[in-house]
Every structure is written in C-alpha cells, then in structure tokens.
Design a protein around this ligand. Structure first.
Ligand code: DX5
Ligand code: ZN
Length: 234
C-alpha cells in the first residue's frame, strides 16, 4: 500500500480552548495542512470558526491552512479569508451559483481554490471547472458535523476524479473529508485520494500507526506539481 499521502487534520475535533496545542500536535504528526471547518448556521446548521480565528492562528504555525467553507454565498468571504492568511480556500459547489467566477476571485485574492461536493452531488457536475481548481474535496459524510460514519459509496467519486486527473493532466489535489478512520483508511487511499482530512480519528489517536508509516520525506511533488492557474506558491 502506497503511504505517500498528504495529511490535513481537522481542528473541528480538537479542544477549542487549546487550538494552539492542536496545531503543535498536527505539526508533530507531520501534518501537511491544518483543515479548518467554517460553518455559517445556514448552509449547515452549526456555526464554528470565522476569519478572525484563522488570522490569529496564522502566526502560530507554518502549516498550510486548508479552509473549508461550509457557507452560503461563499464569494462574500473571499477577501476576509485571504486577509486572514488562508492558503487553500475551498467552497461548496452546492452553495454558489457562479462557480467559475468564485474560483477566479479566489485565485485573484492570492489563494489556491478548492471545490467541494456533498454526497449527493456527482463528479460530472464539475466537468467545466476541473481544469481550474487546485483541490477537489470529496465529502464522504453530509457536511456539518464531525464524528459521523463514512458514506462508503462516495469513494467511487474519488476513483473517477483520479481517472480524470491522470487522463487530463489536471493538477487538483483529491482530498477526502468525513468519517475517515483506521478501518477504512486504506480503502480511501486505494480509491486514489491524495489527501486525507481527519478530525475525530486524528485527535483520538487511532490513526497514529498509519501516520507513522508514512515515508519520512513524502514526495510532495506528486501532489504539488507547481503549475497551473493557482494563486499561491507551492
Ligand atoms: C464535516 C467537516 C469535517 C470534519 C471531519 O462537516 O467538514 O472536516 O471535521 O470530521 P471526522 O473526521 O470526525 O468525520
Ligand atoms: Zn471539512
């Protein structure tokens, strides 16, 4: 099994009174990004973290910030998260009308752009924009809460995205979010995922052995080929 994957622990599952401590834990585990779940109480029921919190974490870590917007009309939040220091800004296909324009706005603001799909949205809906995005976030639970059980049939979408990526030469990172645990981890990787987002399983320690099995210096060039329209460095 190829253990050369990117890891983005989600602080949604950490102790919110000690997010600094959670960042240290992610760094120690060799995390590549910190996944930050932003919820607006409208697109999803909960309200979590906003741009001011992201801004205050920016100076505390060198980790790339992978901000997952679970908000309606994400276009309104682009300048705020750019200013806060987000590296990747991912929004939901289901939450925006002018997807192409939102991606362009994220790039213009100097960030990498990600698009996310909920379990009921097929990959085919992304066909016109897959060449533009830097990351595709496949939700394997319905967004809104951590600690849910993975909806396994969603893994087919990862294989589809992998196939398209290989045929087309598009450079998006295939990221998977929701219910990843020690039991299904290898199945997720075998489907073709580049990056694993994990909240509960990362913070309860059950992924420790899998994470430790990663090569000491993973070949990041596989994931960050450094070409395309993205706004960031990499
Ligand atoms: C859910 C969030 C996820 C969440 C994953 O809506 O987008 O990032 O933190 O948590 P686990 O790994 O517990 O499913
Ligand atoms: Zn998320």
């Amino acid at each position: 099994m190829d253990t050369n994957f990117l890891l983005a622990p989600s602080i949604l599952a950490c102790d919110f009174s000690d997010i600094g401590g959670a960042l240290s834990l992610i760094e120690k585990a060799g995390g590549d990004m910190v996944h930050i779940d932003v919820m607006d109480g409208h697109f999803v029921p909960e309200i979590t973290i906003g741009a001011p919190v992201v801004a205050s974490l920016r100076d505390k870590t060198k980790l790339m910030m992978d901000v997952h917007l679970m908000v309606s009309e994400p276009e309104h939040f682009i300048p705020l998260f750019a200013k806060a220091g987000a590296d990747y800004l991912t929004f939901h296909y289901e939450a925006a009308v002018h997807i192409h324009s939102v991606i362009e706005q994220i790039h213009k603001a100097g960030m990498k752009a990600g698009i996310s799909i909920v379990p009921s949205t097929p990959v085919s809906f992304l066909s016109e924009i897959l060449d533009m995005v830097d990351l595709v976030l496949v939700m394997t639970v319905n967004p809104g809460y951590g600690g849910q059980k993975m909806i396994v049939p969603c893994l087919k979408k990862i294989s589809t995205l992998r196939e398209i990526k290989e045929k087309s030469g598009f450079r998006y990172i295939i990221s998977v979010d929701g219910g990843v645990n020690a039991e299904n981890f290898h199945q997720v990787l075998a489907s073709g995922a580049d990056m694993i987002v994990s909240g509960s399983a990362f913070f309860n320690g059950s992924l420790e052995r899998i994470i430790a099995s990663r090569p000491e210096s993973p070949d990041k060039s596989l994931f960050f080929p450094g070409k395309g329209t993205g706004g960031g460095e990499n």
